[in-house]
Ligand binder design. Sequence first.
Ligand code: IMP
Length: 453
Amino acid sequence: MASEPGIPNTAIVGLQWGDEGKGKFVDVLAAEHDVVVRFNGGANAGHTIVVEGERLALHLMPSAVLNPNCELVIANGTVIDPSILVEEIELVESRGLSLEGRLHVSSRAHVVLPWHSLLDGAAEARLSDRGDAIGTTKRGIGPAYADKIGRSMAIRIGDLLDEVHLEAHLDKIAPLRLEELKIAGNDTNIDTKELLSKLTRLGQILKPYITDTTWLLHDRVSEKRSILFEGANACLLDVDHGTYPYVTSSNASALGISPGTGLPAKTLGRVVGVVKAYSTRVGGGPFPTELDDAIGDQIRDRGREYGTTTGRPRRCGWIDMVALRYAAMVCGADSLAITLLDVLSGFDEIKLCTAYKAHSGEILDRFPPDARLLEGCTPVYESHQGWREEIDTCESISALPAACQAYLEAIQSHLGVPIEFVSVGPDRRQTMRCAVGTCHTNPKGVPWPLENA
Ligand code: IMP
């Protein structure tokens, strides 16, 4: 997907295994866009917003909720637990942020039902006995998307507004799902009548927000409004292009935008790929640069690497150029946002993985298509000098220690994609923006040195 000149839209996607800090860039870029759209995933994603000093953890609400001038869209590609969405709407509105007329939820998005999270948990429990668990967030994401693709057992958000249809459908599907749950080892009984009344009640609360977001987004394109697409999860967790089966169940790369919104690929505009200055992963699956040692612990402590959704400690390791080259290619990244660079202060040496050594001894520079192949890979590292200084108050690239600048230059030239943003702390002000288009271009086609925009 190449960026189309003249199209005012931007996509923000994570290029690793999630938790890259995308929310901050959605917040920064929301000020330059009219509409912010979630196109994939559900309450497995998480971001924290700060309202008058209070931290609110949100999972379904687009991260631009603090920007009153932005319309917020939760599009058809998402899976929504309506009770979580209603809780988030009430939480946000109770802090004085109005969502009426601003938030639009697709009638085509699929509903996460109580048995989805129970089935998710039961499958994970069985697999973990055999050491094969995916390590999901247990939010029912996989079972909800499985029902979407399977069609006959699914409920869409629009169905919540049609009680007669919903009752008939629940009567048909609930016994099957409860039987399946029992076979999976979970005896929970879900009363269908109670579920019907809960879903109908939630549907009525959500009614003002439910609409056909496909038409709404096409109208905004015709009106020449600019759209920011907010990816949840990340490219290497994409069900088609990630480290399958250790992925989430949606197209979490930029490739999910078109099917997840109903907008044709040619309207998508530029893609900003968000990259942590090191790597993390939550849950199972191959992670060639993982550091199971004191350096990994130091990164986890400095980066406060614990999950927003599950609180689990994240697995930590060095940055991986093989994985990132692939992810930048798949997403069509036009620029990079490097996050959490401040976490790397205080290391004597910083490593950057440039290739893999396969089980056979072959050196690979292409990311393999299979988790089993990746499991057999060990990283080939380029060593970089670390820096001791804290950098969280630096306001320009030239103010960063020389070793830190050299590390950024190496990331940029390995990926062949220019760095547009560098983040050195959680605050919006701790963000440098580089003038990508005006810098001197080095022989590898990327600009250096970087100057503030
Ligand atoms: P699920 O999306 O709950 O099915 O989880 C599948 C895999 O994706 C697990 O390894 C999760 O830890 C991971 N995952 C899902 N969403 C995120 C995210 O937003 N950040 C990081 N990992 C995630």
